[in-house]
Write a protein that binds this ligand. Structure first.
Ligand code: IPM
Ligand code: MG
Length: 369
């Protein structure tokens, strides 16, 4: 294998995962043929698909393959078929297991409104047009993973359930640094979202973010309570540039930000770990949308979020900004040209299938040679 060959593990997952992933393969093939890039691509199962084959949503083998790859591209997991499974066998556990075991503590969720889709939002066009926010969500800590957690029987009868919202200083420090580094490449503005008026773990969060800010004098830092942030995001989203926040707040706010764009089918994400001694950084890329089991297998899903996730892989894992720009531009141009999958269909535009959209992207890329 040539030294510059990139080892990519593709985990299509469930529902529409496999069909949108097929379209990314077209883009990969195009880059290999036209830009001399070399990808060593292998596949694996995760989520419900893995449960069906192996009785677990994430096998040790898939995890090992993920660790050994330069980057993972994941489709989506879950579906009603697996709803009745015990908690630890649910497809989502496969995703959470990958995040935790690979140490993917930094989740980057850009919410970008493409001009061609600005009136697809439920918000007024002028409120969202030109929107470009980067939500940086802490992904391996906080209440998602905090101990203790349990459901217990109480001695006197009845039960209690609890989780723990815990953050250590180093966890806040490292996610804040990711966010500040991103801010330096953008508009040098960060809003840290917490609930420091109520939760002591969030008091620590705020103090640690303040400490990191001292190393980034050029970046303007503000703090906002999460309830206010949820309101401000729909009142005036363009006041935000980089938003950094904990695991659960980030889960919620990133769905809200997705709806600002009006097109969940367009949003990519990156989940990054810490670089090792050689500079190699564990990474997984996935669309923000789910597995959409209701439309799976019908060739109508939107492949663009997954294609844009691959573009993020090129940018953040492989430093191939030029190629990432090519893909992002191709997506913009295809939308400007009027092609739409069903989820983003608008009056007067041409409705196309998953595969036709994928093909249109490669045709558009052809124009760049
Ligand atoms: C997300 C999802 C996951 C999460 C679920 C599927 C476990 O909502 O990636 O935002 O809560 O993190
Ligand atoms: Mg979520």
């Amino acid at each position: 294998m040539a030294a510059d060959t990139k080892k990519i593990l593709i985990l299509p997952g469930d529902g529409i995962g496999p069909e949108v992933m097929d379209q990314v393969r077209r883009v990969m093939d195009w880059l290999s043929a036209n830009r001399g890039l070399s990808f060593d691509v292998s596949g694996g199962l995760v989520g419900g698909a893995s449960y069906d084959a192996h009785g677990t949503p994430l096998t040790d083998e898939t995890l090992a393959d993920a660790m050994a790859s330069d980057a993972v591209l994941l489709g989506a997991v879950g579906g009603p078929k697996w709803d009745g499974l015990p908690f630890d066998k649910k497809p989502e556990r496969g995703l959470l297991g990958l995040r935790k075991e690979m140490g993917l503590f930094a989740n980057l969720r850009p919410a970008v409104v493409f001009d061609a889709l600005a009136d697809a939002s439920t918000l007024k066009t002028e409120v969202v047009k030109g929107l470009d926010i980067m939500i940086v969500r802490e992904l391996t800590g906080g209440i998602y993973f905090g101990e203790p957690k349990a459901i217990e029987d109480l001695p006197g009868g009845g039960r209690k359930g609890y989780n723990t919202l815990v953050y250590s200083d180093y966890e806040v420090d490292r996610i804040a640094r990711v966010a500040f580094d991103l801010a330096m490449k953008r508009n040098k503005k960060i809003c840290s979202v917490d609930k420091a008026n109520v939760l002591v773990s969030m008091v620590l969060w705020r103090e640690e973010v303040e400490k990191v800010a001292k190393d980034y004098k050029e970046v303007e830092l503000s703090h906002m309570y999460v309830d206010n942030a949820a309101m401000q995001l729909i009142r005036d989203p363009k006041q935000f540039d980089v938003v950094v926040t904990g695991n659960m707040f980030g889960d919620i706010l990133s769905d809200e930000a997705a709806q600002l764009t009006g097109s969940l089918g367009m949003l990519p994400s990156a989940s990054l770990g810490a670089p090792d001694e050689t500079g190699k950084r564990p990474a997984m890329y996935e669309p923000v949308h789910g597995s959409a089991p209701d439309i799976a297998g019908r060739d109508i899903a939107n492949p663009l979020a997954t294609i844009l996730s691959f573009s993020m892989m090129l940018r953040y894992s492989f430093n191939m900004d030029a190629e990432a720009d090519l893909i992002d531009t191709a997506v913009t141009n295809v939308l400007n040209g009027g092609l739409r999958t069903a989820d983003i269909m608008q009056d007067g535009k041409a409705r196309v299938s998953t595969s036709v959209m994928g093909e249109a992207i490669t045709r558009e890329l052809d124009k760049a040679i």
